[in-house]
Design a protein around this ligand. Structure first.
Ligand code: HC1
Ligand code: SF4
Ligand code: SF4
Length: 572
């Protein structure tokens, strides 16, 4: 250990600890902007400077050394911090009142905390470019502060590297290769850059008004569905603690917004398990296209298309749960209700920005109708609820509509890494053995290790070696290990976001300081597993509404009709 003194307080820290971390352990708050734990340590903003001897040094990269004496709150420090922030503000689009990050902007917070009341340096503005081309991500360079947090998220964490620093000096920008529109880049739409951005330079491509217009249109029947991960995060937008489950309130709010039916994507997740489980069993029998890789994450699918196009046949042909559900709303449900599917609009509320891209993919339509018409993020739903003046926190819980509103516990765990694999194993084992299992928790695939493994043996002796990865950096590692022949599996679950959809790019944004104190993904995952335990039906194949769907409409899993409506194929 190393002995240091911060603001007169002696403390011992481990080798390698930065002064910023050491101070936070002592509850001394040093403001920072470009620092994001585990993602970015560039010391470019210089807001976190401290005084060490005669020098001012950025504390986020300064490592503790024996005997170091640090001052975090001197006149010189405060003035240096103010100057750094004022310089950022001078080149910033300061339309705070109409900015989507207003109230949650870290630049706003730091500027307020430092008592900056006037912006001294006003001059020429640098890059003002706005890029609306991506269906998922909107970039506004006029708000960018060049902290590099998005570059860390996209490059280091996701190993996509769609965006990076370009040009020099005053002209420095965050840009795609050759300054191309984001839509034409290698971006996979995961939105992790948005989650990292401290300001409003990166946001989702908003579709709120499209959905308001649909709700206003009296000739349309507007159905909404909500992803598993939304219910354990939406509450944060209304001040509830991280990990609060708000399923019932969310349903009540959606009804108040005027949707004709409020369905649960969990039904689609159960359906996915029936189709994908059957697909796994048939691939095990034929030995073809193994390992089967999950295809419900559109960020992962696009990553595969860009990086491993020769492996696309390994992807499951199943559409993702909300797409399956959209297809069932426009066929099975429409028929039951006697509504022309052309007059139905399906809106998906997702924790995900990539789902906006997925919703528009031509592979995901039937008879020239998209399965899903609009995708809103958790944040956009919160914005609509606020706009409508709904007192969310005090709403009484309501239940989803039938028949597409009923999902099992296996479905809800889709929202956390390992959930799809666990749900599939619960069903595949029981279907092949014909026995009901008492213990249904596959804890080996739970938790936040980057790569998790599990082996089960089916009654006929077939082994299913399963790998679960989350975060595209981990996915790349696993794919490369397989290419080198070091690893062999029969089944692989991949989610592009670290932690799974619970930390998707459309979820409530947590500022850097809070994310150091609270393990957001662990808290949201805990809520997901509690939601599973609270369900009476916890296996997809036991969901009575799924059984009815097959009896009344689809026939059997992987039937001809099921293939037509619920499966697709991605090609190079
Ligand atoms: Fe997901 Fe899925 S789990 S992909 O993360 O398979 O978005 O929550 O809805 O479709 O069910 C997202 C979450 C979600 C799908 C399901
Ligand atoms: Fe990179 Fe994902 Fe952002 Fe695209 S959405 S730029 S892939 S972090
Ligand atoms: Fe979207 Fe989930 Fe994939 Fe993230 S892990 S890109 S939230 S589907």
């Amino acid at each position: 250990t190393i002995n240091i003194m911060i603001d007169g307080i002696e403390t011992k820290v481990a080798k390698g600890t930065t002064i910023l971390e050491a101070a936070r352990d002592l509850d001394i708050h040093i403001p920072s902007l470009c620092y994001l734990k585990g993602v970015n340590h560039s010391s470019s903003c210089r807001v976190c400077v401290v005084e060490v001897g005669p020098r001012l040094i950025a504390s986020c990269t300064l490592k503790a050394e024996e005997g170091m004496k640090i001052q975090t709150n001197t006149k010189k420090v405060r003035e240096a911090r103010k100057t750094s922030v004022e310089l950022l503000l001078s080149d910033h689009d300061r339309e705070c009142l109409s900015c989507s990050r207003s109230g949650g902007c870290e630049l706003q917070t730091v500027s307020n905390d430092l008592n900056i009341r006037t912006v001294t340096y006003v001059g020429e503005k640098s890059n003002q470019e706005k890029d609306y081309t991506s269906p998922s991500i909107y970039r506004d360079a006029s708000k960018c502060i060049l902290c590099g947090r998005c570059v860390g998220a996209c490059g280091t964490m996701q190993t996509v590297g769609a965006i990076n620093f370009a040009k020099r000096g005053f002209d420095t920008v965050i840009s795609t290769a050759f300054g191309r529109p984001l839509e034409e880049s290698t971006c996979v739409n995961c939105g992790q850059c948005i989650m990292a951005c401290p300001v409003g330079a990166l946001t989702e491509h908003e579709n709120i008004n499209d959905v308001w217009n649909a709700l206003e249109n009296t000739s349309k029947y507007v159905v909404v569905q909500t992803a598993p991960a939304v219910r354990v995060a939406l509450g944060e937008e209304f001040g509830l603690p991280v990990g609060t489950r708000v399923t019932g309130k969310m349903v009540a709010a959606l009804r108040k917004l005027g949707f004709d039916k409020v369905f649960d994507t969990n039904f689609g997740a159960d359906l996915t398990i029936m189709e994908e489980g059957t697909e796994l069993i048939s691939r095990l029998n034929s030995g073809q296209n193994l390992p089967l890789m999950t295809s419900c994450c559109p960020g992962w699918v696009k990553f595969m298309e860009h990086n491993f196009p020769d492996r696309l046949d390994n992807l499951s042909t199943c559409k993702s749960p909300h797409e399956m559900e959209g297809a069932m709303v426009k066929s099975y449900f429409a028929k039951k209700m006697g509504i022309d599917p052309k007059n139905i609009i399906v809106v998906s509320i997702m924790p995900c920005t990539a789902k906006k891209f997925e919703g528009a993919r031509e592979e995901l339509s039937n008879e020239s109708m998209q399965d899903v018409d609009w995708v809103l993020t958790t944040r956009e739903l919160a914005a609509m609820i606020k706009e409508a003046g709904i007192d969310f926190v005090n709403l009484k819980g309501e239940a989803f509509d039938s028949p597409i509103g009923e999902g099992s516990g296996a479905a809800v765990i889709f929202g956390a890494t390992g959930g799809v694999a666990e749900a599939a194993l619960r069903t595949v084992f029981e279907i092949t053995s014909g026995k009901d299992l008492e213990t249904i928790e596959y804890t080996a695939v739970r938790g936040m290790d980057g790569i998790k493994e599990n082996v089960i043996e089916l009654p006929n002796g077939q082994k299913i070696r399963t790998a679960v990865v989350h975060g595209l950096g981990n996915a790349r590692k696993l794919m490369e290990a397989m290419e080198r022949g070091e690893k062999t599996y029969e089944f692989i679950e991949v989610m592009a976001c670290v932690g799974g959809c619970i930390t998707g790019g459309g979820q409530p944004i947590v500022d850097a300081r809070t994310s150091e104190r609270i393990d957001i993904k662990a808290e949201r995952a805990k809520a997901i597993y509690t939601e599973d335990e609270a369900q009476t039906v916890r296996k997809s194949h036991k969901n009575p509404y799924i059984k009815a769907l097959y009896d009344e409409f689809l026939g059997t899993p992987n039937s001809h009709l099921a293939h037509e409506l619920l499966h697709t194929h991605y090609v190079k």
